[in-house]
Design a protein around this ligand. Sequence first.
Ligand code: MN
Length: 288
Amino acid sequence: MTNKTVQGIHGYGSKHWVGDGFPVRNIFPSNGVNNEVSPFLMLDYLGPAYFPPSETPHGVGEHPHRGFETVTIVYEGVLAHRDSTGSSGILNPGDVQWMTAASGIVHEEMHEGEFARRGGTMHGVQLWVNLPKVHKMSKPGYQSILNQDIPVLDVSDGVSARVIAGILPGATGPAKTFTPMNVFDVKMKAGSRAEFELPEGHNGGVVLLHGGASVDGNSLKGEAMIAVLSRKGTGISLSAETDSSLLILTGEPINEPVAQYGPFVMNTQDELRQAVEDYRSGKMGHLS
Ligand code: MN
């Protein structure tokens, strides 16, 4: 078995607010990491950030998406969402929302009301996953994946992995995906080591959210960094110098043109113009 190799190590790019509720560090693509992690389009690391008590919940109001999926993992804090399909829900720590925007959805993402009144720390990630052309105009929907439904594997001494999507020997993630991918939420204790089996031919990255860890002997220290992995190879070895939180992302590349305009990710400029028109004319619906 040949391991995947680290193609590059990148710190986060932009640091900005999404609405008034989500201060994020963008782990890609604002740092130039782009097609080499297809099918993944974007990764924001939210917080950790403390919000004092507020009667008016912070967040990001009504906005559209088309052509891809948004995956939100909450580590701390409580989120509330509503969308134009009439769905709504709450994400508690450990929960994951896997939203398929596909042909179009309009939603809001807010701090949950009681959490806002109490005040507290918001901490999580949002990952954007591209859809292949054949599914970009499929029906929108979402999977509400509860913490208790996500298998946790003891990978080795001091290393645990929550399998959100894909397969690790011993567990299959609950997320249904349109193309093959793995999303693992990994915790490593200082001094621990682990080997992960990863598919040949998948793009991928090991994301260090917090701590200090080595990926195939390459040291990452700090926060919100990514080690981009080679397509070739079938595994990766990790070791942690300090207690670390990581994400392992791998996926079969989508070899199609990517055209993006804000919250719309399609294949052509014409399709982007159509998306803007459809949103403006109300075809993606509205929040009731
Ligand atoms: Mn959104």
